[in-house]
Design a protein around this ligand. Structure first.
Ligand code: SF4
Ligand code: MG
Length: 326
């Protein structure tokens, strides 16, 4: 499939000068048309920062210090997202790309009905649409995410957490974007809900043919639902490959550790050994491979030189950043 979003050499810092720290380093990533791309990694690995950066929602002290993000439309020049003006950005978000952020279900306005919040999105972007058409479109959107249209009159507190999350998805789909980015909460309690949401999103993707970036720390969910997975650690992508390849044959010791941190839903049972230690703080990033203090396979170059993300064997459609493979 052709690319729809390409990220190349993206760097993000928090703060500048001597107090600045690297939050994202040399991110190269492609989202293909129609695919579900999973972004995995422990909290603090840079997953959310990446979502904020590519959608230009990063706020100070976060600053993009290098790289490119392009959006591709068939038969048109690529759109340079980092160069969009505020007006262009407003149109771009929602219509081409929409985002559902962590805890988004709590960002519904408690004093407005679902109807008014869905029709507001349409009003802002489709000023010529008649109010009656907006209402019927709002009902359609709700039905799409598996909620009966008669819940349009409900206030957010009258809906369960999972339903509120689905209302957020309905809103994100209101203008039929080509890309939906979803950044899920990282608490273990939400796993059942995350699975429902992701299943719904994958279903809708098949119906409406958009592309999805789904961000979660739970790699077992991504194995189940995504086409491709990129794994982040310490602000870098350390491995990316098809979901089946990652599951069968993880090449990066961190990917392997993550796979042994969550119960697999299908396939052979893995021992849940987890990963010793905890992820590094941005202000104290280990030299060389940032994973080396926790890696059971670390050897001579690991603490000194950063391994680059590259195909482990020629001609392979996967990449890994580990000295064991280069
Ligand atoms: Fe482990 Fe070295 Fe590979 Fe890093 S580069 S994951 S420390 S073996
Ligand atoms: Mg996050």
């Amino acid at each position: 499939a052709e690319p729809i979003l390409t990220i190349s050499g993206l760097n993000v810092d928090y703060g500048t000068g001597t107090s600045g720290v690297h939050a994202l380093r040399d991110i190269d990533l492609t989202l293909h048309r129609g695919e579900v791309l999973g972004l995995a990694g422990e909290s603090g690995s840079g997953k959310s920062t990446l979502a904020y950066a590519v959608t230009r929602l990063l706020s100070p002290p976060g600053v993009i210090t290098g790289g490119d993000v392009h959006y591709h439309r068939p038969g048109a020049e690529p759109v340079d997202i980092l160069a969009l003006t505020p007006d262009e950005l407003r149109a771009f978000r929602w219509q081409e790309l929409s985002i559902v952020f962590q805890g988004a279900m709590n960002s519904l306005n408690p004093v407005h009905t679902v109807h008014s919040q869905l029709t507001d999105v349409l009003k802002a972007h489709r000023p010529d649409m008649r109010q009656a058409d907006r209402t019927s479109r709002a009902g359609e959107l709700l039905t799409l995410v598996g909620i009966s249209a008669d819940r349009l009159a409900a206030y957010p507190h009258q809906l369960s957490g999972g339903m509120r999350q689905r209302v957020m998805i309905a809103m994100a789909l209101a203008l039929e974007p080509e890309i939906v980015i979803m950044d899920e909460p990282t608490t273990a309690l939400d796993v059942v809900m995350q699975r429902q949401i992701l299943r719904k999103l994958v279903q809708l993707r098949e119906q409406l043919s958009f592309s999805v970036v789904f961000i979660t720390h739970d790699i077992s969910l991504l194995i189940e639902f995504s086409d491709r997975i990129a794994i982040m650690y310490g602000g870098r992508i350390v491995e990316q490959a098809g979901a089946a390849e990652i599951y069968r044959d993880p090449r990066h010791p961190y990917s392997d550790g993550l796979l042994h941190s969550f119960p697999a839903l299908h396939g052979p049972r893995r021992e849940l050994t987890g990963i010793p230690g905890s992820p590094p703080h941005l202000s104290a990033m280990p030299a060389g491979c940032a994973f080396h203090p926790r890696c059971g396979k670390a050897f001579e170059p690991c603490s000194e030189r950063v391994p680059v993300l590259a195909a482990p064997d020629t001609g392979q459609d996967r990449e890994v950043a580990c000295w064991l493979h280069h």
